[in-house]
Design a protein around this ligand. Structure first.
Ligand code: 4NP
Length: 156
């Protein structure tokens, strides 16, 4: 049987950026009938919101864009390095926190920045919308839609 590509999206709280990246990537995978080829999840580097649904502002913005999803926040842990092929972090702070848990270079090499797939500003951080207004949530939605689409094209 063909092996699934296992993709984990990671942010700080696992209630705004990474659950949305997971939902957008899943939507794009499903639209192409490729769900049998991927295992997709998300996690946060902090434990602050474990067990919570995604942020209400993230869900409301996604709904305005026609995307609904359910979610339960969980914390990233060392075992995720073996459970996933690609660990895609939203910013450099997430990268530091994830890499700090890596056992070896093989683990570190699984860590990618989401905006490595941004054709306009590769290598930048996905901004944290938590402290800002609704325009920040829309900007993150459009940015993540762009990046996850390019990621899927890359992985196909
Ligand atoms: P996320 O956003 O990392 O995209 O889920 C945040 C969520 C919560 C907090 C910070 C960022 N917080 O400080 O509680």
């Amino acid at each position: 049987m063909e092996q699934k590509t296992r993709v984990l999206f990671v942010c700080l709280g696992n209630i705004c950026r990474s659950p949305l990246a997971r939902a957008l990537f899943e939507q794009q995978v499903n639209a192409l009938g490729l769900d049998h080829k991927f295992h997709i999840d998300s996690a946060g580097t902090s434990s602050n919101h474990v067990g919570e649904d995604a942020d209400a502002r993230t869900k409301s913005n996604a709904k305005q864009n026609g995307l609904t999803f359910s979610h339960r926040a969980r914390q990233f842990n060392k075992a995720d390095f073996d459970r996933f092929d690609r660990i895609i972090v939203m910013d450099q702070s997430n990268r530091r926190d994830v890499v700090a848990l890596a056992a070896d270079k093989a683990h570190e090499d699984k860590v990618y920045l989401m905006r490595d797939w941004d054709r306009n500003q590769p290598g930048e951080n996905v901004p944290d919308p938590w402290y800002g207004g609704s325009e920040g949530f829309e900007a993150v939605y459009q940015l993540l839609k762009h990046c996850t689409g390019n990621l899927l094209a890359d992985l196909q």
